[in-house]
Design a protein around this ligand. Structure first.
Ligand code: COA
Length: 411
């Protein structure tokens, strides 16, 4: 029998930190209000050079180091994100290229803040089915680029960051045990962000679908490309599903609620986490919270919390853990897992992985040059077959260089 264990974890948050007091100079809010109503103290915000991809790559490199494997061993890369750098190619493909993960499939997963647990579940099933031996699952989001910094209802809540885990096949029992994935698209208009190309209708398009529509939310925010959120409704939804999904997945794993050692919930609002703890009849110390330091980083909250929980000694071998998320869609998801034995990081491999990363960068650049040369030869030889106005190449600014992983954050 095959099992899927988490053997590596990593995170990356942008250098720039914005405190509540700093935020209060931009919008009509206060540190007291934000702390009381959400538990958030600060958030990290992407700088001009940070992208969804670069944050994801940094988190992935750290996770590969901890797992003590090279990118070439990965069979599947899933990036859960709602804020990809491009509609296509996927962020996962850019990560694959930056890491030099030559034997890997790669795709993005759009399930908003539940995306990481969705991805973990899919990758673990692929491992258990024997299709792959290693998978890299990343949650990466740059929410600061889709919130309206004049809208105090949303801008106080979100931050940017990425977290990653490596899943490994093993015949040792434990690891990912079971999961519950759910959706209710009828709530799509409670929390949404339009694509930038949605209204660029050039030729006749199919009849528009019903939801989410501008009429069902704040059309001004949506029209401007910002996220829209019905905070109170989302609050009620989050409170309900955190508890129900935890119960469902615990039952599937054959656990009583009292058997759970730690729940790592999506970090959207501390009051939602407290309400879930109350509904489950558990003390707050059974539910991990680090929202104070990052705010809501969407798909990245759970993998970042895994890293912090490990660093703070909250995940011990054989612990019974539940990961549970909820978000736009509406979506919600929970996974039950038995924590495995962490491996010791070897300095030699860390160095080797840096060398491999450098080589991946050289290889990627060489391939791009080769394609350009090939393209120009092709155009010269057959002008009728190849259209002159080829689609523009991906801007180099947004293609990730071999980025050094961020130093460990002190939280
Ligand atoms: C957004 C949220 C924090 C608002 O908290 P709340 O307690 O519901 O607050 P309300 O919306 O009822 O507003 C209460 C008051 O605070 C005000 N307020 C709202 N945002 C504020 C802010 N940032 N600073 C100061 N005051 C604020 C409101 O205008 C309102 O004032 P009023 O009573 O004079 O009308 C809360 O609803 C929430 O967390 N929702 C879920 C969000 C979420 O999880 N999203 C991501 C899902 S993945």
């Amino acid at each position: 029998m095959r099992y899927a264990h988490i053997v590596g974890w990593g995170k990356c948050t942008p250098e720039k930190v914005m405190t509540n007091d700093e935020l209060a100079t931009i919008v009509d809010t206060s540190d007291t209000w934000i702390r009381d109503r959400t538990g958030i103290g600060q958030r990290h915000l992407a700088g001009p050079k940070d992208t969804c991809t670069s944050l994801a790559v940094n988190a992935a490199v750290e996770a590969l180091d901890v797992a003590n494997i090279s990118a070439a061993q990965i069979g599947m890369i899933i990036v859960a994100t709602s804020t990809p750098d491009f509609a296509f190619p996927s962020t996962a493909c850019l990560v694959q290229d930056a890491l030099g993960a030559d034997a890997s499939g790669a795709f993005d997963l759009s399930a908003a803040c539940s995306g990481f647990v969705y991805g973990l579940s899919m990758a673990s099933d692929a491992i258990k089915a024997g299709s792959i031996d290693y998978a890299l699952i990343i949650g990466s989001d740059v929410m600061s680029r889709v919130v309206d910094w004049k809208d105090r209802n949303t801008c106080v809540l979100f931050g940017d960051g990425a977290g990653a885990v490596v899943l490994q096949a093993s015949d040792q029992p434990g690891g990912m045990l079971t999961s519950v994935l759910r959706a209710d698209g009828s709530g799509g208009d409670m929390l949404y962000c339009r694509s930038t190309y949605r209204d660029k209708i050039v030729v006749s398009a199919p009849q528009d679908t019903a939801a989410p529509t501008a009429a069902s939310g704040n059309s001004k925010l949506a029209d401007a490309g910002f996220m829209y959120m019905n905070g109170r409704e989302v609050f009620r939804f989050g409170t309900r599903v955190l508890a129900s999904a935890t119960r469902d997945v615990a039952t599937r794993a054959g656990w009583e609620i009292g058997d759970i050692d730690l729940i790592i919930p999506h970090q959207a609002n501390n009051r939602i986490i407290e309400a879930a703890a109350k509904a489950l009849g558990l003390p707050m110390d059974k539910l991990y919270s680090n929202i104070e330091h990052y705010g809501n980083t969407s798909a990245a909250t759970i993998p970042i919390a895994i890293c912090d929980a490990v660093n703070h000694g909250r995940l011990r071998p054989n612990d019974r853990i539940i990961l549970v998320g909820f978000g736009a869609g509406l979506t919600w998801a929970a996974a039950a897992l038995q924590w495995g034995t962490p491996r010791i990081l070897s300095r030699t491999n860390r160095t080797l992985n840096r060398v491999r990363l450098g080589l991946a960068n050289v290889r990627s650049r060489t391939r791009r040059i080769f394609r350009k040369v090939e393209d120009s030869l092709f155009v010269n030889n057959d002008k009728h077959v190849k259209p002159q106005a080829a689609p523009p190449a991906i801007a180099p600014r947004s293609t990730p260089p071999a980025v050094e992983p961020e130093k460990e954050q002190k939280v």
